[in-house]
Design a protein around this ligand. Structure first.
Ligand code: GLN
Length: 481
């Protein structure tokens, strides 16, 4: 049985009919990981008890228990989500060997749904990056071409689904870290509306921007996962009670009559013309099916990257203050307390993390706060207003997910500004707190291209409808490396 091409629904059907057991399914994933992970490095840890978890689910099923759609299905988790008793490091040396004391909310929800936690996927250190090259645990390679990056920061989760190691995975998205690697690896990825999924037990990068979301092979699979992980959580005061939930059965199979906005500011000079062509092909598919396409303007888009690269480091510098060598993780003894801090943080953090801590501390310091941080917050409001205005007129906004396809390993690693530019289309959704979906929409030089669909806060249903309709008309999401 080739599990690498099966949808969650197909897998769940097989498990329910007992034509396959969770143990067999989990073993098939483990075999594939063992065979191909040494090259791809999507997983940095595999749970020792994966088969044990699977057998426990098989036993419950055999006893006649009714089980949900994820029961017995293996999942990969980005290495920044706490799993009780398992090592979780956020891809950093500073947390090497750190054992989580509790389950994050998404993890406990996955466990109650019977999903098999198969291990931790690689990521840029503390989710800072767009290429999965800054992990302390080595780089992850793109399954479509192992000389290329998989995108980041959740590159391990994207590569794990793309390579068929697991049917689905979770990542976190602060400025594009689900959508951009989904795009570069040819899988479907969703950044939910801020507040839709609890962040409790997610190692924070920038708390006002972070959201957890799924990687899967189709929009329908994404909905199945969301139905399990979304919803209000008393442990996260920013999570919100939902009026509408993600239920695949509620999908409307049409885009006729919808108005879709194409922001002219997103088709900038410098983007790969071939990527633009694939995105416009996708727009034609939607237009032919009866969607009305309208050019719109989002005038503050040009300030989005600058705004993001102030707000994110400010929040990150504050969030990362707790890694002091005393409370958890790596410790390097100095001559006095301050020297201990200096050594621990100097040795334990990689250079991208240190760069952002310095940027954030600087922008928050007396005298610069007004010039940088406050200005960035004001600009964030204007960017949010661009979205509010546009989404009064259109049902959703269509853009590329990334200005280019996957680039060569090492190509941008020593040039942070160029690396930051690759986030140009994704940071706006986090700043505006709107949901955004990336679906595969073609290839350039045999590398996948992603189409981004953004919508009104908490209107994920609209993104599912457009994305699922597009996937019913095309087969890009079914291609495998
Ligand atoms: N690539 C972006 C950055 O480096 C986004 C990261 C993320 O979403 N975690 O900040």
């Amino acid at each position: 049985m080739d599990i690498s091409t099966m949808s969650l629904k197909e897998l769940a059907d097989q498990l329910t009919k007992k034509t396959v057991t969770s143990e067999q399914l989990t073993q098939a994933c483990l075999d594939r990981i063992q065979e191909q992970n040494p090259e791809i490095n999507a997983f940095i840890r595999v749970a020792e008890d994966a088969l044990e978890q699977a057998r426990a689910i098989d036993t419950r099923r055999a006893s006649g228990e009714q089980m949900g759609p994820l029961a017995g299905i293996p999942v990969g988790l980005k290495d920044n989500m706490l799993v009780k008793g398992q090592v979780t490091t956020a891809g950093s040396q500073i947390l090497e060997g750190h054992v989580s004391a509790y389950d994050g909310t998404v993890v406990s929800r996955l466990k109650s749904a019977g999903a098999i936690i198969i291990g931790q996927t690689n990521m840029d250190e503390f989710a800072m990056g767009s290429s999965s090259e800054s992990s302390h645990y080595g780089i992850t390679k793109n399954p479509w071409d192992t000389t290329k990056v998989p995108g980041g920061s959740s590159g391990g989760s994207a590569a794990a689904v793309s390579a068929g190691f697991v049917p689905f995975a979770l990542g976190s998205d602060t400025g594009g870290s689900i959508r951009q690697p989904a795009s570069l690896c040819g899988v479907t990825g969703l950044k939910p509306t801020y507040g839709r999924v609890s962040r409790y037990g997610l190692m924070a990068m920038a708390s006002s921007l972070d959201q957890i979301g799924p990687f899967a092979k189709s929009v329908e699979d994404v909905m199945t996962i969301m139905e399990c992980i979304e919803g209000q959580d008393p442990n996260d005061g920013t999570s919100i009670r939902l009026d509408s939930t993600s239920v695949p059965e509620l999908l409307e199979p049409s885009v006729a009559g919808l108005t879709l906005g194409i922001p002219k500011e997103y088709f900038i000079e410098g983007m790969d013309p071939e990527v633009k062509a694939r995105v416009m092909d996708a727009v034609v598919v939607l237009e032919k099916a009866g969607a009305k396409i309208e050019e719109i303007s989002m005038p503050h888009s040009e300030y989005a990257l600058a705004t993001y690269y102030i707000i994110m480091p400010c929040e990150a510098s504050s969030n990362l203050g707790k890694f002091d060598g005393l409370r958890f993780g790596y410790h390097s003894m100095g001559s006095d307390l301050e020297d201990t801090y200096r050594r621990t943080r100097g040795e334990g953090f990689g250079s991208e993390v240190k760069r952002r801590i310095m940027l954030g501390s600087y922008a928050l310091s007396a005298g610069y706060y007004d010039a940088y941080y406050r200005k960035a917050l004001q600009m964030r409001t204007l960017i949010k207003q661009d979205f509010d205005e546009a989404l009064k007129r259109v049902d959703a906004i269509i853009t590329p997910t990334s200005p280019s396809v996957a680039w060569g390993i090492g190509e941008k690693f020593n040039d942070p500004i160029t690396m930051y530019l690759s986030d140009i289309y994704t940071v706006t959704a986090n700043l505006a707190t709107v949901p955004a979906l990336s679906v595969p929409c073609g290839f350039v030089n045999n590398l996948p291209v992603g189409l981004q669909i953004m919508g009104k806060p908490f209107d994920e249903q609209m993104l599912y409808r457009i994305g699922a309709f597009y996937q019913s008309q095309t087969d890009w999401h079914k291609r495998t490396p």
